[in-house]
Design a protein around this ligand. Structure first.
Ligand code: THU
Length: 168
């Protein structure tokens, strides 16, 4: 695990922390560059040392070259730290415009699995269709968008292959 030396991670966020994490993912969605799919995604991660980072999907004309919001947020987070001082990641949020909420793609799950522990929760926010979201702030969208789907990393990627499997 690429985590820091601290012994335990509190994966249970309080309501204020969940709100900040979710708002960051919803706000990041407005920065999506997705002219080819028109499918906006925002993602955010909260670390043990209180850092909140976010990213959005960025597409390019050569389709496979684009990057998902989760990996857009995660790679710069990892790159901020000298090895081996990466803090543990407490939670992740993802925001899309569909209902039920979309979940992370397989490639993102594998990358998240590298840096997130199996008990870490992923909060997936969507948009219930009954609402009009035009002009709403991220804070207001969170209030009206509906409940997130919540799964742990281990549930999202069962029987996964990870960093420890190479330590033999
Ligand atoms: N996308 C993400 O950003 N995250 C995911 O986990 C699923 C898919 C993006 C990639 C592409 O820009 C768009 O959504 C449609 O697939």
């Amino acid at each position: 695990m690429a985590g820091s030396s601290s012994t335990s991670t509190n994966f249970d966020l309080n309501s204020t922390e969940i709100k900040s994490l979710a708002t960051a993912a919803i706000a990041a969605k407005t920065h999506a560059y997705c002219p080819y799919s028109n499918f906006r995604v925002g993602a955010s991660f909260l670390t043990n040392d209180g850092k909140l980072v976010s990213g959005a999907n960025v597409e390019v004309a050569s389709t496979p070259v684009g990057i998902c919001a989760e990996r857009c947020a995660l790679a710069p987070l990892v790159a901020q730290y000298e090895r081996p001082h990466m803090p543990r990641i407490r939670a992740c949020a993802v925001s899309t415009d569909i209902w039920p909420p979309a979940s992370c793609c397989g490639m993102c799950r594998q990358m998240m699995r590298e840096f997130c522990e199996l008990d870490m929760k992923v909060y997936m926010y969507g948009r219930q269709e009954s609402q009009n979201y035009k002009g709403l702030s991220a804070e207001r969208e969170l209030e009206v968008c509906g409940e997130p789907a919540v799964m742990t990393m281990g549930e999202m990627l069962p029987m996964s292959f990870g960093p420890n499997d190479l330590k033999h």
